[in-house]
Design a protein around this ligand. Structure first.
Ligand SMILES: Nc1ncnc2c1ncn2[C@@H]1O[C@H](COP(=O)(O)OP(=O)(O)OP(=O)(O)O)[C@@H](O)[C@H]1O
Length: 450
């Protein structure tokens, strides 16, 4: 990726150069009047612009500058325009802000301070662009609540749309936290059962001896402790959808009862005698290889075929190209709102780590990680350390003497060249070194001549 583009609108050539020297972290493009400024905006679409209000043909008044500002914002309303103004022109600067300028800064400019304002403007612009993209992706979402750009996931969402109106029993297979319940809910609402209940049960989380009454309900006194009649979860889901999570963990005896329900669509409460007919759509999920369990004799083959009329496999998060970063933005937006924090950005290092981390706990792990980071981050930026990812260590500030010297030398070079207005001989005098040494140093630090 190239450097971000900064447009400098300034008719004083000396100042133009000075700004370019000072902000060479950006690709600085220049303009000296309204026409060239608009041409540069159209051509480069810079995120941030610094502008002098006194532009030709009326360098002594703010009219031309304010008109240029208005035209830039009409053409590219997201552009962050920073107005550079003299002390006596405060009212003009305020007028510029009322017309939509992002900020103003007094001349003569202080490179460090203006640098901060510019960098904040770039961050804000980037965040606004990301949010806009996010809203668009959410609006384009193939299924409500599902955020993805991955081809495999998009195909899967289309499959969900297709099977939702049918009465087929669907099995969702995929790693833990990959979104199986989310898809089961989509099947429920899109299958025309949304007015009724979606009831979920996790077979791995409920002790074997309780699971039967959880599923089928019981009559008063059906077993010790059964104080009153209780509806089973299947009955509660009448008219709606019943989601059986981790179905591979169900004990064999109960598997037989579930099979009977799937064949006859009636239940009998524990301790009861009458049969109750139910209209329930069954969706089940597993992270295990059920076929292998069938081979090992731990899962009934006939039940397996009943449950897997249609099998949909969810890719793990690391198989979905680009989705981890996309979801990180999505969760950051969501948690900034729910945790009452102002908008926050994810740092470049954090985004890189998110992209590279394998996410064994899938979307759920990412969701928890971003929630924690939103709560714990000190400033408006989520850094690598805030993510607290196992095995990812933050690069520390250089303690190496050579690196520290290089950094200091670079800073002084830029300053001298700016003061000397790009004149190499003059910069050499200021620095106390010869012209060829200035050239060498410029070459070494990758500083371009102006
Ligand atoms: N594509 C997605 N877009 C947005 N949120 C998602 C997506 N996939 C999953 N989530 C969110 O991630 C979390 C975990 O998803 P879910 O509970 O559906 O996973 P699961 O596969 O059913 O997990 P388990 O197997 O552990 O029960 C939920 O909060 C869900 O809303």
């Amino acid at each position: 990726m190239g450097k971000p583009k900064l447009l400098v609108i300034e008719d004083d050539l000396g100042l133009q150069k000075q700004l370019r020297w000072s902000f060479d972290a950006y690709e600085v493009v220049l303009a000296s009047d309204r026409e060239s400024a608009l041409a540069q905006v159209r051509r480069h679409q810079p995120a941030v612009v610094t502008m002098d209000l006194g532009l030709p043909p009326h360098p002594d008044s703010a009219t031309e500058g304010l008109a240029t500002l208005q035209e830039i914002l009409e053409h590219a309303p997201d552009t962050k325009v920073i107005v550079l103004s003299g002390n006596q022109e405060r009212s003009h600067a305020l007028k510029a802000i009322s017309l939509g300028a992002y900020d103003f800064h007094q001349k003569p400019f202080d490179a460090d301070l203006l640098g901060l304002v510019i960098s904040r403007a770039f961050n804000l612009h980037q965040m606004q662009q990301e949010n806009r993209r996010m809203l668009q992706i959410e609006a384009d979402s193939p299924l409500a609540g599902i955020v993805t750009r991955d081809v495999g996931m998009l195909r899967l969402c289309r499959d969900v749309e297709r099977v939702a109106p049918s009465s087929a029993t669907v099995m969702l297979s995929g790693d833990s936290g990959s979104g199986k319940e989310l898809l089961a809910r989509a099947l429920h609402t899109m299958g025309g059962r949304g007015a009724h209940r979606f009831v979920a049960i996790n077979c791995a989380a409920i002790p074997e001896e309780l699971l039967e009454s959880e599923l089928f309900g019981h009559k008063k006194g059906a077993f010790t402790g059964a104080g009153q009649q209780t509806l089973g979860k299947l009955e509660m889901a009448h008219g709606g959808t019943f989601f059986l999570d981790e179905v591979g963990d169900m004990a064999l005896a109960l598997q037989a009862k579930l099979l009977r329900f799937l064949q006859e669509r009636v239940i009998e409460r524990l301790g009861g005698r009458s049969e109750i007919a139910l209209d329930v759509r069954i969706v089940c999920a597993t992270h295990q290889d059920l076929k292998a369990l069938v081979r090992e004799g731990r899962f009934r083959e006939d039940l397996y075929y009943r449950l897997s009329e249609i099998v949909l496999r969810l890719p793990s998060l690391r198989e979905r190209g680009g989705d981890s970063v996309l979801l990180a933005h999505h969760f950051r937006n969501r948690f900034c709102v729910s945790e009452g924090r102002p908008s926050m950005a994810l740092s470049e290092a954090a985004l890189q780590a998110i992209e590279q981390y394998p996410w064994p706990g899938n979307v759920r792990e990412l969701e928890h990680c971003i929630r924690r980071a939103v709560i714990m981050a000190d400033g408006p930026r989520i850094g690598l350390a805030d993510l607290d990812l196992p095995g990812v260590i933050e690069q520390e500030a250089p303690v190496n003497l050579r690196q520290a010297r290089d950094a200091a030398e670079y800073k002084v070079m830029v300053l001298a060249l700016a003061r000397a207005d790009g004149n190499i001989a003059k910069a050499g005098e200021l620095l106390g070194v010869s012209r060829p040494t200035v050239y060498d140093l410029m070459h070494y630090h990758g500083i371009r001549g102006g």
